[in-house]
Design a protein around this ligand. Sequence first.
Ligand code: PGA
Length: 255
Amino acid sequence: MKRRKLMLGNWKMNKLRADVAGFVSELRGELGAPLQSVLQKVDIGIAPSFLCLEAVAREFSEAGWWNVAQNVHHAESGAFTGEISMPMLAELQIDKVLIGHSERRQYFGEDSQIITKKTSACVARGFHPIVCIGESLEQRKSNLEKVVIEDQLRTALATCRSQSDFTIAYEPVWAIGTGLAATASQAQEMHQFIRSILGKLVGADRADQLRIIYGGSTKPDNIAELLKQPDIDGALVGGASLSGAGFAQMIMHAL
Ligand code: PGA
């Protein structure tokens, strides 16, 4: 099955609203074709800070552009100081969200129970979660990567069924922000494994349609090889998505 590629930038805690316009003109300038025509071939989006969501959405009004939140709380409302709910995002027409990024797991104590709740709440509300999974360096050194990934998938997707809409982002923790991306064959092996587990969870036909994107030190000069792999359906790009020109160069490899 031919799956459309998805190129998603994750700005993390970077950029001010004042930086958005410069990014946009760099990206549009470097693409070499109108964004609208590029979006006919590849899905593209950015996950900026909550405070930049509106500014980014305003700049990219083309149909098919993905406006993505970096996090969401699973409850509809309530006494959860500092949190953002799905109704709040929906008010901005945002219905896609990263769930369980390794930085959320590592620095903000998000465990598998929280991630299950968040993914379930997204799916129940018609949001599209981009569920991030990945093993640590210690786990890979102990040959535990497949055990860890299967466990993360099974818990995160506990309530997902064949009709659920979601994306998986495979991001080995040892590759995030380290400059040490997985090789194309390491990534392909894991993506193929992830698809086989998805097959058990939601059925082989659905698993064949779902996108599994790769994240971890992707750049303009290593993205082409990764995107050539049969089970790599795009990328979640951190550091390299902060440059509009660099991100545009990466997008062009997905065409
Ligand atoms: P990186 O981050 O591209 O800077 O390694 C990827 C991510 O964390 O999504």
